[in-house]
Write a new protein. Structure first.
Length: 279
């Protein structure tokens, strides 16, 4: 059932404001799992024995053939097939090495490409969730310009915070950063390479949401003091009062203020708030 509250000042005719049920803007709290770093095959090293040994055999056969050729003219012809076979084995060793290296290079490039696609997909998703957190934090705790707009248009957000809400009497006190509400799950890998470093940088980039309203929960703090130059301090106090008056119903929060008569011009507007007690 909707709530009805008096939204007028104490010096003007009463007016009924219908306060609808609040729609909470919840921050995303999902878990995003980072892709595991690719398992790349080790770089192929040439097996020198498969090349050197056949070449040495071919050389040995040639030496033997030359030595036998002096006494037997057919020795060279008998040795040539053995020399050719040895050279063929050496060539096969060289071909096998380059073929395996080519296959492993293709496998490494495929693994890197798959990781890059998964990495970029997660990067885009985390960026969306990061932007959504910033947007919702600014919507949940708007600045003065939006507060005035809520009042002027009598938007449903007027007096939307109720005592059972977690942000009841939460006041925006500045701009800062908060830890992300999105949990980033890193892969379990003890290795340190370019891929794990990329994953670490990605997690660090989205671990904190920056340039968002910082709030103070007044019931938990108990009291709040404002110190500084008079103009800045008064502007801060006005901003806090505006937040209380716009976010909370006068049936649930009352505002009392005391000031010297010489400051009446700066603070007399408080008498027109429905949250201030009747004089």
């Amino acid at each position: 059932m909707d709530d009805q509250h008096n939204a007028s000042s104490f010096t003007s005719p009463q007016r009924i404001f219908n306060r609808p049920p609040r729609i909470l803007r919840k921050l995303p709290d999902e878990e995003v799992e980072l892709p595991p770093p690719p398992q790349l095959p080790p770089a192929q090293r040439p097996r020198l024995a498969s090349v050197i040994l056949p070449l040495m055999s071919a050389g040995l056969y040639l030496v033997v053939a030359l030595l036998r050729g002096n006494s037997n003219g057919g020795g060279m012809l008998l040795t040539l097939p053995m020399v050719g076979l040895s050279l063929l084995m050496a060539g096969m060793g060289i071909y096998t090495y380059f073929d395996q290296r080519s296959q492993q290079k293709a496998a490494r490039e495929a693994a890197q490409a798959a990781f890059t696609i998964a990495f970029n997909t997660i990067d885009i998703r985390l960026s969306e969730l990061w932007s959504k957190q910033r947007q919702l934090r600014h919507e949940n705790d708007p600045g003065i310009a939006l507060l005035l707009q809520i009042v002027e248009r009598a938007e449903p957000r007027l007096w939307e915070r109720r005592p059972e809400d977690p942000d009841f009497l939460a006041l925006r006190i500045g701009i800062g950063e908060y830890p992300s509400t999105v949990k980033i799950k890193k892969p379990s890998s003890s290795a340190t390479n370019e891929f794990t470093l990329q994953l670490h940088d990605l997690a660090a980039r989205y671990a904190t949401v920056r340039d968002v309203p910082r709030t103070l929960l007044l019931p938990r703090a108990g009291s709040l003091g404002i110190a500084g130059p008079a103009i800045e301090a008064q502007a801060m106090v006005r901003a806090l009062i505006w937040q209380i008056a716009v976010h909370h119903s006068p049936a649930e929060v009352r505002i009392a203020a005391f000031w010297h008569s010489r400051h009446d011009a700066e603070w007399s507007w408080l008498r027109h708030l429905p949250h201030t007690p009747a004089p």
